[in-house]
Structure formats: C-alpha cells, structure tokens
Design a binder for this molecule. Sequence first.
Ligand code: HGY
Ligand code: MN
Ligand code: MN
Length: 418
Amino acid sequence: MSTNMRVDGARLWDTIMETAKIGGTEKGGVKRLTLTDLDAQVRHWLIGQCEAAGCDVHYDDMGNIFARRPGKDNALPPIAIGSHLDTQPTGGKFDGIIGVLAGLEVLRTLNDSGIETHAPIELIDWTNEEGSRFAPAMLSSGVFAGVFSRDYAYEREDREGLTFGDELKRIGFVGGEACGGHKLAAHFELHIEQGPILEDEGKTIGIVTGVQGMRWYEVTVTGMDCHAGSTPMRLRQDALVAAARMIEAVQAVGLANGPDAVATVGLIEARPNSRNVIPGEVFFTIDFRDPNDSVVAKMEDEARAAFDKIVEGSGVSVKCERIWDSPAVHFDKECVAAVEGAASSLGYPARRIVSGAGHDSAYIAKVAPTTMIFVPCEKGISHNEAEKTEPEQVAAGADVLLQAVLATDARLAPKTGA
Ligand code: HGY
Ligand code: MN
Ligand code: MN
C-alpha cells in the first residue's frame, strides 16, 4: 500500500551532501550563484541522476529543468515537485536544494516500489530563484507564470554588467521549449523554513498556506566626489552620509510597521570607494516584506517621505526605483489539505505557517494549484553558511511530500478508474 511507502532518508541525505561539494565553501556552506559554471555543473549532475531514474529530461528557454517520470496516462498534465539549486553567495547546503533532491528521492522511491502513478510526476529545477546575481528573485518561475516576459528576464544584469540571457547561453541551457509552455496539474515544494518558528514550537512539518508580500527597490544617492582633506564640512555633498541616514530610516520604517513587517538593506556600493574621496554616489537596495500588502505599500510611502526630508538642503539627490513587487500569495486549499493530511497520517507534529521567504511556488501558484512543506532549520538560520537541518527532518519532509503527491494523484485521477 503506497501509504506505507517511505523515502530512503540516508540516500537523500547522501545526495544532499554530494551536491554540497559543488560550490562548497570552507565554512561548510555552498556558493553556487545562478548561471555560473558551478550552477552548470550541478545541473548536469541532476540531469544525469534523473535520466538514470528513467525520466525524460528537457529544459526550457529560461533554463528551467523538467525531469518527467511517466505515469499511466501521459496525456495528463504532470504533478510537479520543484525548487532551486542556485544559492546565495554565503548560502547553506539546504535552501532550495532539499526541495529538488527530495523530489529526486520521491522519483527513486516510486521506482523502488514499482508504483505507477496516474499522472506523470515532474521534478523541476527553477533557474535563478535567489535573485542574488540577477534581480529580481524567482525570475524564471516568474516567466513561467507570465509575471515577467522572457526578454525582460534576458536583459537583467548582474553587478558586473553581464546579462541573464548571455550567461544562460554561455552555460548552454537555453532549451527549446518556450518557458511556460506546458501545464502543471499541481506543484509541491519542500523547503527549510528559514525562520525559527517550527523549531521553537517543536514542530517537524510546516503546512505552508501562503507567502508574504515583498517589494525590492534600487536607490541611487548622488552628491559630489571631493577631496577628503581640503573640502570644509559645511560645503560637502556627501552621498554616503545621506545614504546612511536613509538606511537608518529604512530600519525605522520596518520597526514602526511591526509586528510582522521586515525591512532590509542588503547591498550597498559607495563610489569611488576611495578612503580620501568624499563619496559622490551610493547605490543600495531595499527589501520590504509583510503578510499584508497594504503594510508593504505603507512602508514604501514612509521611506520615500523620509528620503525626501533627508535630502532637503543637503545638496544631495536621491532616486528610489521599485524594481520588484510580489504581492502576498495564498496557496491552493486542496494542496494544503493534502500536505496536512500527509503530516497527520505520518504522525508528524505540524502547524500551518505563512512563508517569510519568497519561493518559486509563490509564482507557480498563479498557474497551478500549489503549496509548500517546511521543515525546521537550526535557530532559523538561513542565507548563511551555518544553515543546518537534520537528516530525520529532511526525511520527514520528503515523506510528507511523497504522500501529498500520491494523494493528489489519486484525487485528480480520471474517475474512469484509469
Ligand atoms: O528572497 C527570498 O526570500 C528568497 O530566498 N529568494
Ligand atoms: Mn529558497
Ligand atoms: Mn534563498
């Protein structure tokens, strides 16, 4: 009986440790930025593993990889298991990666058990989920969901001026299928929580009901480069001092709109970045999030008003451009119920939770019934080389994933008893 089926937790953990070597860092993290040679290396590794598991593998013109395990009726749209293999510069071994590799483990477990599902099952590696090298995040699942055009995505530049399109071509992953070119019956994503709630409450499984709203901004503060030694304080147009005040204001906006609002300046570049030149230009980014879109909008208004006040009479100007707006997402009730039912039948302590982090599922939810499964990570630490979770927790998440996918396959199977 398929409800007794369990993944091979040791095999899954070994797979995670194997891929962690591709871009592995001294501190035990993984640095595998999207569309680098390391990303290409793990992509080829994944394709090899999926082909060995009997899947048909192809990728689309955004480099999204689709590994399809045939079902009884291959005319049915596949039930997808997706996440991402790209990481932050100081990323961990698990963010995104456990979602893809647990999907591979589900395919392997179905093979070991000789189970034939009604619909095909499709494992997906979504390109550029992190948005660290090419902003915004979730770029390729966004193209798949029709949120971004492929041309917009191809034009995105990293901080060295290289474009997404050129880098995708360079690593040889421009596939023949137009991104978004095929339907998904459902999409499930296993992910670490990247927050402290599950661990704090002693829960093994997070039943994810949605993703909070988020907006990203790029801010350019313009003053005047000048000599640090011969320019009197009262005559300076110091872009970095103004930017520092704005960053303080961003923090204040986050605190003032709590308890769920979060506000972050994560990237800053001062130019010319020379110790004896008054900075003439500063570039920095802002990340605002809250489960409630109206709070995110209010934070934007308050930050803009603060910036205008800061530049008044300062001889400095500011340009604040919103480059990304991902409204709050509510996942599909039946998919959420499948996860809840699986966690309960497997006897794992679970709770419903809204995701603080963005995920590809947030966009895929626009085009397919979607939900996510969380497992705890130690102290909620993520986007950090110290990111840690336990083999038993990953195996538990993979078992819930397996059972939720099987339950969905049974629910969606044509009633003709195919
Ligand atoms: O930014 C995020 O929440 C995700 O990690 N890309
Ligand atoms: Mn992730
Ligand atoms: Mn991430």
